[in-house]
Write a protein that binds this ligand. Structure first.
Ligand code: ADP
Ligand code: MG
Length: 660
């Protein structure tokens, strides 16, 4: 790959510098010395003074300056946990919450889960002793649902505020500081664009100056057609031509990371002892600001990120790989300058950087389905969600769609108030489609099966393992799991067989099932069992496992909007109603119903690749749709889709719905 202003010949002088810094860094420092060497340490007293003085402050500092690991410790040391109160620090990502908590426990010399712990969705690693709690922003929001004053805490640090995740934005809007005058609120951000936070909270900005080393940025001379292979080539070119310094590559997800890892390992095996051992870190944008990796001298930035994109028009939510923002690209390059002068290789042209990237990432609240958000706000008691003070309000149409969906699900009544069902649904940290299915399954005596299916659906994209050299065996193993009714029952079968082997790792290995995903599904299921008890959902098992209809009806009760009918030509499907009725969609080739083509189906999700594909598909009967949602579907609509022209005679509910 050719980069502008870059010569692949090794630059010895710079290597020397990097080598020297590497050595200095690696000299073992005690934990105490490390803590004192961080940029934030010099501002410890000033920071504590500012926190004492103001209720809310905005803290800005370069990645690695010590915000996440040090600030909460300073608060503990300054006595903010006296009287049994806790300090909370939120993170947008699960992995960050876990790893930071582990690091801080080590620094404080305590066992993780005791004085320092973490809580993420479906996992709580804290105890009565915990005074410092790292958690995802979503988990804090859940806590807010059960204890609206968040009385347990003396300080909340909303970390990585610049990421503007959905949950962070909602936490902002709740204005917790107003109802808790004794609470300290710290908003911390890695970017300099803190003015907006300061204005929104009417709070002062505290700046922690960093001392990053210079990073030179190189662009490709021409656009790269395939950023994955360009990244691989650049890694090898760097590794072979440069003597020192680790390489950090920004990829968009686990699949890409695994593919690049495989390819690099293969190349290294082929080259054997001709090259040194390769040190390279493959990361998602978690390495942008959440986790600091020392020793990086080279950053490779393909310029992409995986992002949730929601279209209010089609009402479709999809995870897409899209160009990252300019702000992201700048953060990424900064990762190369922590221990010494570094280099960043952008796998796109300078022109693209200036003309094709957005300035900033659009806040998640403006690109998501808001069903869950609205349910949450309603259960907190915020009735008029249209007037909630979001930092950047979502599109009005998205809010209206969400209200309509919740109404169709039966979570809201005619006046837009939470129903009893809605209140129970809000107990679950699940998409409303899923929580409705769980609660409805009680009527059909099959909650055990439905929560197994839902737990498996949370890991559905990574249940089956398909190594390149064993595709045939893997596909055969997968086929053996297939059950009639659709993918939901195949997943249930995998789950039940695994339970029968007593959660065997070996069984997973032999059957090309990913053990890690199964373990995760097991954790999720354990949590769901607990939540069902809390929401008073009776945990019953289908008395007649041969009859799958009760399970199907339970799933339909939540997923009736995701119904589709086989088109007349028998290859593709048409959406029944949700979003754009009649829109053509396809069964994903990995589905057990691919080419089986039942007349009516519901699907779990739509993914957009070369076509719009439905993943995790289940066969249904159209009359179940009306049974599940009489105010959403009318008989005449379904008849129209079936090609029948007759109007319903005696279906009042359907007629009413059709009129409205
Ligand atoms: P910030 O939140 O300002 O980005 P952090 O508090 O995360 O900074 O990191 C401060 C320092 O702690 C960094 O230099 C980093 O190297 C170190 N650190 C953080 N996590 C770990 C860990 N798990 N192991 C070793 N060092 C760590
Ligand atoms: Mg941090």
């Amino acid at each position: 790959i050719d980069f502008l202003d870059w010569d692949w010949k090794s630059n010895d002088k710079e290597d020397e510098i990097i080598a020297r810094i590497d050595e200095a860094e690696r000299k073992a420092k005690t934990i105490e010395e490390t803590r004192k060497s961080l940029p934030i340490f010099a501002f410890r007293e000033e920071l504590l003074k500012a926190i004492n003085e103001y209720q809310t402050i905005v803290i800005v500092g370069e990645t690695g300056s010590g915000k996440t690991t040090q600030l909460p410790q300073y608060l503990c040391e300054a006595g903010y946990t006296k009287g049994g109160k806790k300090i909370c620090c939120t993170q947008p990502r699960r992995v960050a919450a876990m790893s930071v908590a582990a690091r801080v426990a080590e620094e404080m010399g305590v066992k993780l889960g005791y004085e320092v712990g973490y809580a993420i969705r479906f996992e709580d690693c804290t105890s009565d002793k915990t005074i410092l709690k790292y958690m995802t922003d979503g988990t804090l929001l859940r806590e807010f649902l059960s204890t609206p004053l968040l009385d347990d805490y003396s300080c909340l640090m909303i970390d990585e505020a610049h990421e503007r995740t959905l949950h962070t934005d909602i936490l902002f809007g709740l204005d917790i500081a107003r109802v808790r005058p004794d609470l300290k609120l710290l908003i911390s951000s890695a970017t300099l664009d803190a003015q907006k936070f300061a204005e929104y909270f009417d709070a002062p900005i505290f700046n922690i100056p960093g001392k990053p080393y210079p990073v030179t940025v190189c662009y490709t001379k021409a656009p790269e057609a395939n950023y994955i292979s360009a990244a691989i080539t650049t890694v090898m070119q760097l590794h072979i031509s440069q003597k020192n310094g680790d390489i950090l590559v920004f990829l968009t997800g686990q699949d890409e990371i695994e593919a690049v890892q495989e390819s690099l390992q293969h190349t290294c095996r082929v080259l054997g002892s001709k090259i040194r051992e390769l040190m390279v870190i493959l990361a998602t944008n978690i390495a942008e600001t959440s986790i600091t990796i020392d020793g990086v001298a080279f950053v490779i930035d393909p310029g992409f990120v995986k992002q949730n994109v929601y279209s209010p028009k089609t009402r479709m939510e999809s995870l897409l790989v899209v160009p990252c923002s300019r702000a992201s690209a700048v953060q990424r390059s900064g990762r190369a300058g922590r221990v010494g002068p570094g280099h960043c290789f952008r796998l796109y042209t300078q022109h693209a950087f200036h003309n094709e990237l957005e300035d900033n990432t659009v806040p998640e609240i403006q690109r998501t389905n808001l069903g869950n958000v609205v349910l949450m706000l309603k259960s907190i008691g915020i009735h008029d969600v249209m007037r909630f003070e979001f930092m950047d309000p979502p599109h009005e149409q998205s809010l209206i769609s969400a209200l309509n969906d919740l109404y169709a699900l039966g979570a809201l009544n005619n006046n837009g108030e939470l129903t009893k069902l809605g209140r129970r649904m809000a107990e679950f940290p699940l998409d409303p489609f899923l929580s409705k299915s769980v609660i409805w399954s009680e009527k059909y005596n099959c909650t055990e099966e439905v929560i197994s299916i839902i737990s498996m659906l949370t890991v559905q994209s990574s249940v089956f393992y398909r190594p390149k050299d064993k595709k045939f065996h893997a596909d055969k193993a997968r086929q053996n799991f297939t059950r009639p009714g659709g993918d939901h029952f195949t997943l249930l079968n995998v789950w039940e067989q695994w339970v029968d082997t007593n959660y065997s790792m070996n069984w997973c290995y032999e059957n090309f099932v990913v053990y890690r995903s199964m373990s995760r599904a097991r954790d999720v299921r354990d949590q769901l069992v607990g939540l069902c008890e809390r929401a008073e959902v009776d945990l019953k098992s289908n008395p007649n496992p041969g009859d799958i209809v009760p399970v199907q009806k339970s799933i339909v009760s939540g997923f009736f909007m995701n119904a589709a009918k086989l088109s007349r030509f028998g290859e593709s499907y048409q959406k029944a109603k949700y979003g754009e009725p009649g829109r053509t969609i396809h069964i994903h080739p990995s589905s057990s119903l691919f080419q089986v083509n039942p007349k009516w189906i519901v699907f779990y999700e739509l993914v957009l690749t070369s076509k719009e594909y439905m993943r995790q598909v289940m066969e249904i009967k159209p009359e179940w749709l009306i049974e599940a949602a009489p105010y959403y579907y009318s008989q005449s609509e379904l008849d129209n889709l079936e090609g029948k022209k007759k109007m319903p005679k005696n279906n009042k509910a359907a007629q009413k719905a059709a009129q409205s």
